[in-house]
Write a protein that binds this ligand. Structure first.
Ligand code: ADP
Ligand code: MG
Ligand code: ZN
Length: 588
């Protein structure tokens, strides 16, 4: 069995080895066990059901939430010489019956369907006749109300499976692993004594950084100029911000698209296609963009605003570098972001306890923006991983930093808070330090405090940033809830008495990456031509990492080419010689 699995992987996928966890998951499925695979984005979940589908007799049904994604996955499979198809609402009647007929005759190994399909009796009747080996539920967290992408139609999957004349193996996959979601997946999909695999959430190729109080447009402008070849996503909090970001990018001459719920379907899919097919480089988007964006060569994800919680942040940032190559995850933080998120929480119809939870998660997100310790460690510990090393040496907080002594500013802030009786929020404290003439400040008599206006040289926003920084470093504590109150912690006292200093190290702005080699560029050009001819996204032909390996190892013949990660026999027959030609010419 193991030999056969390796052989199929070699022939159709061209992968030299499994990624972490894949082998165990595949093995578990092939031993007819229900299986739940929890792996980070880019961890390689698809292979975990695609490979068993090829090994097992009969048809594997893949339930996947996104129509756009299905087509890409199926195109990619077909290009690897695998018979696969999809069924969703974009098909007309005759296409539908044609595909079902082929499925019945055993032509396909994989059939992708949207969960809504299972609600139509017509369709499920037809499915009853198909010999299903495996049902794979992708993005399985959609079944849980505790997840962030709840899809009611996922709730029907469990009942449908138990209605089948013969129960297939059921495998579920997700990147969201809170215990509550995991429990829901097992219960609601009706997994039977499942084997659960949880992989580390670490994404070693992602470089995390947080930049506080920088001017966002000039930061983005500079970053894009320094990385002209990088495809990437810029997430903003609101439609309005996406629109103005998009206008700004286009005005600056960058090749950009935009995506948010306020655009028409046609506009959205037009920009999305252009992005996936490498016709535009940068996508400005709200969080509506992304569930299941499989583009593997996203080189950066910039958050123009802080998202509401780390689950959302890690999922969005995690869309960078799925190919395992280095990628940047940059968060541009401003104190005002907190207000936007609080507003969104208040607006939602949430029970009081749920609201409280949202506020607590928001505070964790804010702390991420302010910590001066390893960002990767912070994230992994948030997701419950233990034994994470103190420093990853692959995030802005672990790398070279600038030291900043904020003792004097801290003393001013602390003494102002004490004089205000530790009973107010950061905004009011900052306004007093700034010396604002707000009515409320005058009414409360705070304009007569000795600390009134002692930080007038700073903006209120940057004073708030300092307060948050001191909170993240545990000198201040900020209560949760709608009107958080800032108080001193015991750590603040020695600073206030000038017995201790506060020296923080802050990240440097990332440097431009080395330019790509000529050969890599030439290979990329060829890939683009082929992709256009075939009507495929370029990364489906070969991912960046495969081209980069070609440019590094310079294979000269078929045998050497097959040793490149991502070149299987099928792909070699299709494209190998053309790529070899270029490499040979280059090495001459
Ligand atoms: P996920 O669904 O977990 O986010 P994907 O299945 O989309 O991840 O895989 C992410 C990327 O990793 C894809 O580009 C895929 O081709 C690649 N990949 C998957 N398995 C392997 C492997 N064993 N070796 C090399 N690359 C792999
Ligand atoms: Mg996936
Ligand atoms: Zn680190």
């Amino acid at each position: 069995m193991e030999v056969k699995v390796r052989q199929i992987m070699d022939q159709h996928f061209g992968f030299l080895d499994f990624k972490m966890g894949q082998e165990q998951i595949i093995d578990s499925i092939l031993h007819s066990r229900d299986t739940l695979g929890i792996m980070p984005t880019g961890g390689g979940k698809s292979l975990c059901y695609q490979l068993p589908a090829l090994v097992l007799p009969g048809l594997a049904l893949v339930i996947s939430p996104l129509i756009a994604l299905m087509k890409d996955q199926v195109d990619a499979l077909n290009d690897q010489g695998i018979n696969a198809s999809y069924i969703n609402s974009s098909l007309n009647h005759s296409e539908l019956y044609n595909r079902l007929d082929k499925a019945r005759r055993g032509y396909y190994k994989l059939l992708y369907v949207a969960p809504e399909r299972l609600e139509s009796e017509n369709f499920t009747d037809l499915l009853q006749e198909l010999p299903l080996s495996l049902v794979a539920v992708d993005e399985a967290h959609c079944v849980s109300q505790w997840g962030h992408d709840f899809r009611p139609s996922y709730l029907g999957i469990g009942a449908w499976i138990s209605s089948l004349p013969q129960r297939p193996i059921v495998a579920a996959f997700t990147a969201t692993a809170t215990p509550r979601v995991e429990e829901d997946i097992i219960k609601l999909l009706g997994l039977e004594q499942p084997v659960v695999f949880i992989n580390s959430f670490d994404r070693p190729n992602l470089y995390f950084s947080v930049h506080k109080g920088v001017d966002r447009s000039s930061f983005i402008n500079r970053y894009l100029k320094e990385h002209p070849d990088y495809p990437g996503i810029i997430y903003a909090a609101t439609r309005k911000e996406v629109d103005s970001l998009f206008d700004e990018l286009t005005k600056q001459g960058f090749s950009a698209g935009k995506y948010h719920a306020g655009l028409s379907n046609a506009e959205r899919s037009c920009y999305q296609e252009a992005f996936i097919y490498d016709q535009i480089k940068v996508m400005a988007a709200t969080n509506a963009f992304g569930l299941g964006i499989d583009k593997s060569n996203v080189r950066f994800v910039i958050h123009h605003n802080m998202p509401r919680h780390l689950e959302a942040y890690y999922q969005e940032a995690g869309r960078a570098g799925r190919d395992g190559q280095e990628a940047d995850c940059i968060l541009l933080y401003q104190a005002q972001d907190i207000l936007i998120q609080k507003f969104l929480i208040e607006q939602g119809i949430l029970s009081p306890s749920r609201k409280e939870m949202e506020y607590a998660k928001l505070q964790d997100m804010i702390d991420y923006c302010h910590t001066s310790h390893c960002l990767r460690k912070y994230i992994l510990e948030y997701f419950g991983e233990g034994g994470v090393p103190e420093h990853c040496q692959q995030c802005a907080n672990c790398m070279e930093r600038e030291l900043r002594d904020i003792t004097i500013e801290a003393q001013k802030i602390f003494s102002c808070i004490v004089r205000m009786k530790q009973a107010y929020g950061s905004k009011l404290i900052a306004s007093v330090l700034k010396g604002s003439k707000q009515k409320r400040i005058i009414e409360l008599g705070f304009d007569r405090l000795s600390t009134y206006g002692i930080m007038s040289e700073l903006s209120t926003a940057s004073i708030i940033d300092l307060i948050n920084l001191l909170a993240a470093e545990d000198y201040l504590s900020i209560s949760s809830g709608k009107y958080p109150v800032v108080t001193l912690t015991p750590r603040a006292r020695p600073v206030l008495r000038s017995q201790e200093q506060i020296i923080l190290s802050l990240p440097k702005i990332p440097q431009a990456a080395a330019p790509e080699s000529n050969l890599f560029e030439a290979l990329r050009e060829l890939r683009l031509q082929i992709a256009r001819q075939q009507g495929l996204p370029p990364y489906v032909v070969f991912p960046d990492i495969t081209l980069r390996e070609m440019a590094t190892y310079l294979p000269q013949d078929r045998e050497a080419m097959l040793k490149i990660n991502g070149v299987g026999q099928v792909k070699f027959e299709r494209y190998g010689e053309q790529f070899l030609d270029i490499i040979r010419r280059y090495t001459k």
